[in-house]
Design a protein around this ligand. Structure first.
Ligand code: ZN
Length: 503
């Protein structure tokens, strides 16, 4: 779990065009999201949560998994499919256009009516581009309905493109997500969702997100955080009845790679913490959105600072002396002005949902705009304009922001028009969104300073990930130093108590 898990890929985004010419125009656009955007992914959801935050605080009855003192209502967690209430729906990705599913006595049925008669085979081949499911032994093909096809095996294990998954797979045609999900549309991939028991899911998350061989206290703390996060998402995502999955299997939510990543230590520690979750210390016993990240760089921050939305259980950021010296505690990322220009423009052109908001003059030929300057604004009111000078032959050395300033909140880019010198275009972006557009794997956090070096730009930063909630490297080192599981959790989530789900 890391970068985009939170929210708001565009965040604060506005654009306006200035000109000193009489017949030019200027305007400002601000982002707007409709309720239908909710299904687009975790990024948008948060915005939606933000809008309804006041309402949510009073809607705890909606939460179906409740801790200790409260009775569990299993029916509330079941979706439109007849599912065990403790089943999580995990969207798998990176599966390709053609998939092979194998298993012992594979049974295939309509996902909407799993109790109806099913068809058995040892192997199914799925052609995602044409939305067909093919049975090699009989050479028969059938269309995948929008409501999906459910596949399970006698042994409970399914092999999907030679990766093993437990419980059930549901395959939906690629069209299902196409309005929201670019990867589905462009890659002709199916939408494949693994329905799996929550505790079994966690056994795989252990070695996807962290490592079962780390100190036990640290691993247990991380399992509890992962379980809490999963339950929060299960509750939140099922409010949208049209949605068919709860979490992504990538860093957008929690890294899940199926049965192959499970080992005995992971299973043992999941069992040891069975049903344990984090709930706010005061108020309702609901799972919090237990964010975590790779390394904080010395201090964690609140969700408000990253996404502008508040969440229960996150009172304040905490000091973290424990991740010092970990990978990505300090990092550098250098790229040329031209590369940065291209990344920003690629981001704009891929931003299909908002595409209509970008004026034609920019969309038609983004290459006509030179990056002229960038301004970074952090938590503290300090912003130094740094001329990049892509248009001007000689770049001026400069620096904007510094590490003392803390996390960067906004980046302001100014472009010059190659075809009409004098026109400028200003793009103001949430630093979190800018990070995703630039390169989240190399621009590792939003805690950085910027320097120009020749015709390149150098980001020098601290930490890896959004910096909210538990610092994974910090937790690892706390475990090695002898802190207990509960001490680790309460250090990084100071506003919580630990509870156990009761049935
Ligand atoms: Zn840390």
């Amino acid at each position: 779990m890391d970068i985009t898990r939170g929210i708001n890929p565009l965040g604060l985004l506005s654009i306006h065009r200035d000109s000193r010419r009489q017949n030019d125009y200027s305007y400002q656009l601000s982002e707007s999201r409709s309720e239908s955007d909710v299904g687009r992914g975790p990024q948008i959801r948060m915005l939606w949560v933000q809008v309804r935050q006041g309402l949510l605080l009073f809607c705890s009855g909606f939460f179906s998994v409740q801790a200790v003192a409260l009775p569990l209502d299993p029916a509330r967690l079941a979706s439109e499919l007849k599912m065990n209430p403790q089943t999580i729906r995990v969207r798998l990705s990176g599966l390709g256009r053609v998939m092979t599913i194998k298993g012992e006595h594979l049974a295939l049925s309509l996902a909407k009516r799993p109790d109806l008669g099913n068809v058995q085979s040892e192997e199914w081949i799925i052609d995602c581009k044409r939305s067909l499911i093919h049975e090699p032994s009989t050479q028969k093909s059938r269309q995948i309905p929008r409501s999906g096809i459910l596949i399970e095996s006698l042994s409970g294990v399914l092999s999907l493109n030679q990766r093993n998954f437990r419980d059930q797979l549901v395959v939906y045609p690629k069209e299902l997500l196409s309005p929201y999900d670019e990867s589905v549309r462009n890659n002709s991939e199916c939408l494949v969702v693994n329905h799996i028991d929550l505790e079994r899911y966690l056994e795989s998350v252990v070695n996807g997100e962290f490592n079962s061989q780390w100190a036990e206290a640290a691993v247990e703390a991380q399992i509890i955080a992962a379980r809490t996060y999963a339950l929060f998402q299960m509750t939140e995502m099922r409010k949208d009845k049209g949605r068919v999955f709860d979490v992504e299997s990538t860093q957008k939510d929690q890294v899940y790679l199926g049965l192959d990543r499970v080992d005995s230590k992971a299973s043992e520690l999941v069992a040891k913490t069975k049903g344990m979750i984090l709930v706010p210390r005061f108020g309702k016993n609901e799972p919090i959105k237990a964010f975590y990240h790779a390394s904080c760089g010395g201090r964690t921050i609140t969700p408000e600072k990253v996404w502008g939305a508040s969440f229960k259980g996150f009172g304040k950021g905490v000091r973290c002396p424990f991740c010092y010296g970990s990978p990505s505690y300090l990092w550098d990322y250098r790229l040329s002005f031209h590369e940065l220009e291209k990344k920003i423009w690629n981001g704009i052109s891929k931003d299909s949902l908002n595409r209509k908001f970008w004026p034609e003059v920019y969309r038609s030929n983004p290459n006509r705009w030179y990056l002229k300057s960038v301004v970074a604004r952090g938590d503290r009111p300090k912003a130094i304009k740094m001329p990049i000078g892509a248009l001007i032959a000689e770049a001026q050395a400069g620096q904007t922001a510094d590490l003392d300033q803390g996390h960067i909140k906004e980046l302001h880019f100014e472009f010059l028009d190659r075809e009409d010198i004098g026109n400028t275009l200003k793009v103001k972006m949430d630093a979190y969104a800018a990070r995703n557009w630039i390169d989240p794997s190399r621009l590792k956090s939003t805690w950085y300073e910027i320097m120009t070096k020749g015709r390149s730009i150098l980001f020098r930063g601290k930490g890896s990930g959004h910096g909210v909630g538990m610092c994974q490297w910090g937790a690892k080192n706390m475990g090695e130093k002898g802190f207990t599981r509960d001490q680790i959790l309460l250090h990084y989530y100071p506003g919580v108590k630990i509870a156990r789900i009761s049935k």
